[in-house]
Ligand binder design. Sequence first.
Ligand SMILES: Nc1ncnc2c1ncn2[C@@H]1O[C@H](COP(=O)(O)OP(=O)(O)O)[C@@H](O)[C@H]1O
Ligand SMILES: [Mg+2]
Length: 190
Amino acid sequence: MSSHLEFNDISRSFGDTEVLHQISLTVQSSRCVALLGASGSGKSTLLRIAAGLEDPSSGEVVVDGENLSGVPSEQRGVALVFQKPLLFPHLSVVDNVAFSARMAGQSRKASRDHAMAYLELVKLADLAHRSPGRLSGGQEQRVALARALARNPRILLLDEPFSSLDSRLRDEMYSLMDDIRTELAPTMFW
Ligand SMILES: Nc1ncnc2c1ncn2[C@@H]1O[C@H](COP(=O)(O)OP(=O)(O)O)[C@@H](O)[C@H]1O
Ligand SMILES: [Mg+2]
């Protein structure tokens, strides 16, 4: 979960508007780097480019020395946690977290056992069988985080995942992120 991430000379335009201009930066393995910038300055666009949800107009994303240009999103080993949790409403909490292991062909039991370990990490194991519709905003975002981590991504990307939470909950989430760094040391970029 701790790969080396590099942006080399990334530019991105939408029509005549250049949103990103020759961005080069490196996030070393297991480091946590945050992008700061005004709303509309291109933070989400850069994260979406890293995740493969958007192509740069020029430049490349390199992970552990591998140029990811043309590599589809699902094959990048990069997980993105969005501002909105986007959980599957018809699946329980544990099955949301188990989803990608199930898709990869693991048995229901193995994928749920694996998911439970991540729910414990985000302190939601007791709500494993609840439906996402019956969670608070902070709990939903913790499920989204567990789901991203359960994929064992090379890089964890976060796009203002806690911005809709109140300041107390946000502090709780930051302390949870500290625990995750201690436990898993993922490379994080947000
Ligand atoms: N698919 C798109 N088509 C056109 N313009 C876009 C698209 N995605 C983002 N933009 C524009 O790019 C700029 C940067 O957006 P964004 O990356 O979401 O900024 P941030 O996340 O920093 O608020 C904004 O002006 C936004 O309107
Ligand atoms: Mg944004």
